[in-house]
Write a protein that binds this ligand. Sequence first.
Ligand SMILES: [Zn+2]
Length: 507
Amino acid sequence: MANNNTPNRRDLLKLLSVLPAAAGVSSLVRALPKANNSSGHIILLVFDAWSARNVNLYGYKRETMPNLTKWADRAIVYRQHHTAGNYTVPGTASLLTGAHPWSHRAINLGGRINKEYQNRTLFNVLSPKMNTVGFSQNIYADQFLAQSGSGLNSHLPFGSFNLNDRVIYDAPFFTRDSINAYSAFEDGIVQHGKGIDGSLFMGPLVRLKATRDQAVLLPKYGEGYYNGLPESLESYTLAGVVDGMINTLESLSKPSFVYFHVFAPHDPYRPYARFFNAFKDDGLISPPKPDHPIIGNPVQLKRMQSEQLKYDAFIASWDQELARFFEFAQTSGLRDSSTIVITSDHGEMHERGVSGHSTQLLSEPLLHIPLIITTPGVTEQKNVSSLTSSVDILPTLTNLAGVAIPDWVEGQLLPLMGGQEDPARSVYALEAGSNSAFAPITEYSFAILKNDLKITRYQYKNYTGTEVFNFVKDPDENTDLHDQNDPEIATIKLELGKKIAEFGLAN
Ligand SMILES: [Zn+2]
């Protein structure tokens, strides 16, 4: 253990956020002295754009995640967990604040959490009780970490686990400072480009830089990848991300809340060739669905199918690397002494004319996400089939840490983690990306899930419609029940109307 006169690993980690690029953050993390074992951590892993639909633990026919399945042998698996937003900004903001998008108002591409909620993140709530560490490989989510201010004790820069740290950072456009880097990024790409979350790589400058990065990095690090190195604005390897997570966890010297927002399996999908080759001839092709009428320029079926194949192979590649993380968690004692939460910010879809998650649709592949929790005392798999929401994470972890649950929280305690199954519970999702964050919401997609039914209202100038699906009997959403004369549907529609009025959405 470090004595009082030498900086401990945590102090050094704190320093990382102000070090210049040339220092090579990843290698520095590796060089820090290892701390004594500590326990009682809460670790929240978010895999970006990770749909439950494509995970075999959740019933997918293709075996994309055998290592996760094994990990879940002694875990609580939430079978009907849903995100409150269909892309990074609203999805992550709801996960971090325990509030819905209409409250925290991070609804636009590149949007931030409003003033009222920006210091209401998990970091802010848990920091009086625990050390807090945050890392996001997605620059949009990284903004929320920066917004948490003093609530976040150690903010690892978004590029910490990428390859570029040591090689590429020579352009002033890419500074290490989170806010500055983001502002430059926003000015250059989001405002002038057609940036939306799934098109992070559309900006010409970023594209050019990425091409150059790949030329430099691919020969050295690209072995085994099918179509180039993974990218999150910068190039990275899946193994490098796992190394970064393990090294960070090894550095903890006191009970900590640690947030890792990993970019995989977000596009561009860059799988290992072995998984791509194993899946491409397995005959498991999802049956086509009609294009949705809201989609102006539908993606062709062939393209959607080939993207799904790459997405699945990328998930499988990430699972292979995760095996090392699981092994580390097991052998280090972390698994038995800490709580590890694995989830996503939103899902991904390759159907109905959409490939990705840049869409107004609130289809189940976008909203239904994994949630798997390991915590001391859980010695076998337990399954929760009632509805849960991403806004439940904050109150649950707050309660676990022994902190009073703030009164502004809109979620509930998760069943088996302090809460009870609530069969009458409703969960919500909102997509309102085309509205100003500061004005009433006039165009939106709004979904309510209750009992076994999901009702979605699409309210746009060019399209309005209401859809009703039974997400238990018909998880593929093939049979729209909206014109059925069913009293239960009528009751939920009434609740949907009430919510819309309550949150100031135009009806
Ligand atoms: Zn995301």
